[in-house]
Write a protein that binds this ligand. Structure first.
Ligand code: HEM
Length: 436
């Protein structure tokens, strides 16, 4: 459809080679700092409008579904649109439910530390944090306990994720092809699990709230046309696993890197806060919700970390019709791509954005709306933010009170598209004298 000549498309180019531009964009978002808050480009083969800044984010997050529709790139296409699925997920992830999970998370973290950190001189942080966050999700949300099955699932899953953002070239031995094979195996494992949980539910009347899959199964109703299908349960379980494990693992890795690299006074407060909480506990006593609420300073450090190194670089939606925004026309069916880091590193919003300063979050109302967006915004805002907060705080508590560490070698970070460390962040660790 031709756009009337009085309306102009955003500046930018649709002509740069598609694959090259998509790849360099994902690898280095900051290479795009010279373009305006609204501009056009070609991304993953589609005409795209690239947005950042407060007004642009408000448009991306607050527009209703008659203007912008949810969309994902082909390789990350999953759906959370079934109302009952979303309700089941939201009821699992709401803060009141999560309070009950602190003890379970605490146990997973301690078992992880016993297995992978105790008596070691060197560990590689990023893969360990991915294993930990994946295991926490498996236990808490899917009721898959430790053992060979969980280990197999974690391996397959990580292979699947590794190819999710790769260029879809379907040749043997490409990252993409391996990812497709792993994805099929993960789906089959989940189908088996759904079968088992369904049987348990029927035969033993298990508690619907024991895990997310049982919760989705128990809200099925065979007489209802809106019935949740097995495929939907699989899709959504995979979405939660994908959305929930790499993201938190990246935040944890950056926090550990901070303590090894930057000797800020601010970071000493963070360690002191955790040691104070540990002093109030008996040996082996689990953390409880009240302890989490005392970790205010640590959470500010994590927020500042997510400002400077957002785990998710942004998100996509699609114009449902021709839209006018900020003097430009966005044609129907074009992709909208909102970008986190460019807003969060804008010196008009965050003074001295390159400076690591957790004090920015002392008074959350001082941050203008739509400007701090590591969890997105609007109706599709991340439903797992509280879950991520609790698992981050519990993990950091045990690490900083039990170990000291330094970097084994200098490690570079790039985007893949998650912030990734070239060597996975190897560190040398030593046990702290147990004063508590
Ligand atoms: C620090 C950790 C995390 C960060 C930074 C993060 C960030 C995000 C962002 C930015 C989105 C929105 C993407 C978009 O609009 O396209 C999102 C969506 C989502 N997140 Fe998270 N997330 C984190 C942890 C988690 C965890 C732990 C879970 C689950 C336990 C989770 C579950 C989800 C789900 C299911 C969605 C999709 C929501 C939808 O499409 O409606 N996330 N996350």
């Amino acid at each position: 459809k031709r756009i009337s000549s009085s309306k102009k498309l955003p500046p930018g180019s649709l002509g740069i080679p598609i694959i090259g531009q998509s790849l360099s964009l994902l690898q280095n978002m900051r290479g795009y700092k010279n373009i305006g808050p609204i501009s056009k480009m070609c991304l993953f083969g589609k005409p795209t409008v690239f947005l950042y800044g407060q007004a642009a984010n408000k448009f991306a997050f607050a527009s209703d579904s008659s203007i912008l529709a949810n969309s994902q790139t082909e390789s990350v296409k999953t759906i959370l649109d079934h109302k009952r699925v979303r309700d089941a997920l939201m009821s699992f992830l709401k803060p009141e439910s999560l309070k009950q999970y602190v003890g379970k998370m605490d146990l997973e973290v301690r078992l992880h530390i016993d297995e992978y950190w105790q008596c070691k001189k060197e560990v590689t942080v990023l893969p360990l944090m991915k294993t930990l966050t994946f295991n926490i999700i498996c236990t808490l949300l899917f009721g898959i306990e430790r053992g060979a099955r969980r280990d197999k699932l974690v391996d397959l899953f990580q292979e699947m994720i590794a190819g999710m953002w790769s260029i879809p070239i379907n040749l043997p031995f490409t990252r993409y092809t391996r990812s497709i094979h792993s994805s099929k195996s993960v789906r089959n494992m989940l189908k088996d699990l759904i079968g088992e949980k369904g049987k348990e539910l029927q035969e033993m009347g298990s508690n619907p709230h024991q895990d997310l899959i049982t919760c989705m199964l128990s809200s099925r109703n065979p007489n209802d046309v809106e019935e949740i299908s097995e495929e939907e349960i699989v899709d959504n379980s995979m979405l939660v696993m994908t959305a929930g494990h790499d993201t938190s693992a990246v935040v944890l890795t950056f926090l550990i890197r901070l303590l090894a690299k930057i000797l800020l006074i601010a970071l000493r407060y963070w360690v002191a806060e955790q040691e104070e909480i540990a002093k109030g506990k008996h040996r082996g006593e689990s953390l409880i919700w009240e302890d989490i609420t005392k970790m205010k300073y640590t959470w500010r450090v994590a927020m500042e970390t997510m400002r400077m190194f957002p785990p998710i670089f942004g998100g996509f939606s699609q114009a449902v019709k021709d839209i006018e925004n900020d003097g430009y026309i966005i044609p129907k069916l074009w992709q909208i791509f909102w970008v986190t880091s460019m807003t969060q590193m804008d010196d008009g919003i965050f003074r001295e954005p390159q400076k690591f300063d957790p004090a920015r979050f002392e008074n959350p109302s001082s941050i203008p709306p739509y400007c701090y967006i590591p969890f997105g915004g609007g109706p599709r805002i991340c439903p797992g933010s509280e879950f991520a907060k609790i698992e981050t705080l519990v993990t950091i508590h045990y690490l900083v009170t039990q170990f000291t560490w330094k970097l084994s070698s200098d490690d570079c970070f790039s985007r893949d598209p998650m912030p990734a460390s070239t060597k996975g962040l190897p560190i040398q660790i030593a046990p702290k004298k147990q004063m508590f």
